[in-house]
Design a protein around this ligand. Structure first.
Ligand code: ZN
Length: 107
């Protein structure tokens, strides 16, 4: 079942990775409900780079009031955090002595 969209998505411009000039989306295709591939062309005539980017939907910030059961997204904040910014104690670095250190086995 394909539901027809009632609007044409407007794809944002981005920056050419080579010359850092504004690049315009001139075509996009839906890969799936959560992913689009976008073709960009750099607006710098001395560069002319044409490239493909992906637009992905990664997580929910506020749940939909019309949820589609086929769409499963994790919940999260709108900005992602670096993967290494948690403050977990390493598994071998806690202050609690092991049971064997407290009461050695008789014998
Ligand atoms: Zn460029």
């Amino acid at each position: 079942m394909t539901k027809k969209r009632n609007y044409t998505p407007r794809i944002p411009a981005t920056v050419c990775p080579h010359c850092l000039t504004r690049s315009i989306a001139y075509d996009s295709v839906e890969i799936d409900r959560l992913t689009r591939e976008i073709r960009y062309v750099c607006q710098n005539p001395d560069c002319g780079h044409t490239f493909v980017a992906q637009l992905g939907i990664f997580r929910t910030v506020r749940p939909s009031l019309m949820p589609n059961p086929a769409i499963r997204l994790p919940h999260g904040q709108w900005r992602s955090k670096p993967a290494n910014d948690d403050n977990r104690v390493p598994a071998n670095d806690d202050d609690q002595p092991d049971a064997a250190e407290v009461s050695p086995a008789p014998g």
